[in-house]
Design a protein around this ligand. Structure first.
Ligand code: SAH
Ligand code: SF4
Ligand code: F3S
Length: 447
């Protein structure tokens, strides 16, 4: 590689899950601390960080088309932007990227991005640099202060996964389950609130596997962390995602009934409604066990909104097994959901299982599943009409005096009035669409 002038502007593009969004924000802070500015909207950046996702084939292949686009745009302008590939594709296919994409100067895995500044120095000197080490949690201590942020912030509390579902790359790309220490999380939460956050969403690939020791040295689970965060003045709302059924504790369920700042929303993926498929997926729970867990959450917090993830077309899935998934969906009545076609991932056990399902069968099942999920989401929104709730204002709408925020149940709510981003506004939900609701302002709760 040739030497290049030190970059003056950067852009971080994050794909995949919310943990990548969090990492993307932290990388942006790291680059800003080096004196590099965010590239203005619509302008090419001197340094582009592609913060990638490896979960499905489509997501993983996207990185190569993005690199091509950046190179082409640079050629047109007669310049060579520095390109860094970060995230889960970097971790899984670092060497392949270096070989396939000569324009890439840096490859940095999700546990190594605190070393980006050193790598950048090497790249500027014309040396390609790759770092996909997995030092346990070192990155969090090596990152700069949190910047001014919006009213809703992410906080990664747990990383990695030991569950090894047979279809999934996450245990390989993110490594083993690690919990960040209690004290450093409370500290970061304080800083987020000081920087403007009113809501914090605790993140982890298995967020409810988080464990630690509180200030008094007592062993605590995620509910203990939530209870401590709830005492932070200025913090109004707490959420967490993504949870695993096997790590649900009595304490977490109880917290939903007892901690007012903990929002009535639960993202608890089940993947399939068939016990045979769940076993083949290595999910360690049955469909019925999952439903019983939901009953307990609903006993603790009757209005809790349920969300989940599904995979259709897992190897060997029969029509009858898929029908069990539809039946489970009908029983649960999800408020919202994500659903995917199974994508065979290199190195995972399911990729070489017998009975890979034909693409057209997967298409058909996905369509039917999504029709059911859309129906339930619309029904959930329609049933919310008439409710009064607080909405956290997240941004301005297109029309003057129009605002967009989130209900406690994570629905997008539009309303009009004289407000500011970060306000909690009491509204009555008056009209429901499939993806959002209209609210009528009753009174501001907090300025
Ligand atoms: N840790 C979370 C999910 C992380 S990945 C959990 O276990 O619930 C997010 C979602 O992507 C998964 O819930 C699953 O529905 C989907 N997914 C993961 N691997 C996939 C694959 N190989 N093909 C299709 N979807 C997949
Ligand atoms: Fe992947 Fe399963 Fe771990 Fe979720 S629990 S990240 S689906 S291996
Ligand atoms: Fe994708 Fe990695 Fe998240 S594979 S879903 S970015 S953990």
């Amino acid at each position: 590689m040739q030497t290049s002038p030190p970059p003056r502007t950067y852009r971080v593009k994050s794909f995949g899950c919310q943990m990548n969004v969090y990492d993307g924000e932290r990388m942006a802070e790291l680059l800003a601390a080096q004196g590099i500015s965010p590239a203005p909207e619509g302008e090419d950046a001197d340094l582009v960080v592609l913060n990638t996702c490896h979960i499905r084939e489509k997501a993983a292949e996207k990185v190569y088309s993005d690199i091509g686009r950046i190179v082409k745009s640079g050629d047109k302008a007669g310049r060579k932007p520095l390109i860094a590939v970060a995230g889960c594709v970097a971790q899984a296919e670092g060497e392949e990227i270096m070989a396939r994409a000569p324009a890439v100067g840096m490859v940095v895995g999700p546990q190594a991005y605190h070393r980006l500044p050193e790598m950048l120095e090497r790249a500027v000197a014309g040396e390609r640099a790759s770092d996909t080490d997995m030092p346990a949690i070192a990155k969090f201590d090596a990152l700069p202060e949190r910047r001014k942020i919006g009213p809703s912030a992410f906080l990664t509390v747990q990383e990695g996964c030991d569950k090894f579902c047979t279809y999934c790359v996450v245990p390989y790309t993110r490594g083993a389950e690690i919990s960040r220490p209690f004290a450093s999380l409370i500290d970061e939460a304080h800083r987020l609130v000081d920087a403007g956050a009113r809501e914090i969403t605790l993140l982890g690939q298995n967020v409810n596997a988080w464990s630690g020791e509180d200030a008094a040295g007592r062993a605590v689970g995620l509910d203990g962390l939530i209870r401590e965060l709830a005492t932070l003045p200025g913090l109004q709302r707490i959420r967490y995602t993504t949870s695993h059924p096997a790590d649900v504790t009595d304490g977490l369920i109880a917290a939903h009934g007892e901690v007012a700042k903990l929002m009535p929303f639960l993202h608890l993926p089940v993947q399939s409604g068939s016990d045979r498929v769940l076993r083949a997926m290595n999910r360690s729970h049955t469909a019925d066990g999952y439903l019983r867990l939901l009953d307990r959450f609903r006993d603790a917090r009757p209005d809790i909104a349920i969300s989940g993830d599904f995979i259709v077309g897992f190897p060997g899935e029969t029509e009858a097994e898929f029908a069990d998934t539809l039946k489970l969906v009908e029983t649960v009545g999800y408020a919202q959901c994500f659903s995917f076609k199974y994508s065979p991932r290199p190195g995972t056990p399911a990729a070489t299982m017998d009975g890979q399902v034909a693409p057209e069968v997967m298409d058909d099942r996905l369509q039917r599943l999504q029709a059911a999920l859309n129906r339930d989401q619309s029904a959930f929104n329609a049933a919310s009409v008439g409710k009064r709730c607080a909405v956290l204002v997240e941004r301005k709408g297109k029309k003057p005096r129009q605002w967009l925020g989130k209900s406690p149940w994570l629905q997008s709510v539009w309303f009009e009035g004289d407000h500011a981003i970060g306000d909690l506004v009491e509204v009555e939900l008056v009209e429901a669409g499939p993806n959002s609701l209209a609210g009528r302002v009753l009174q501001p709760v907090h300025a």
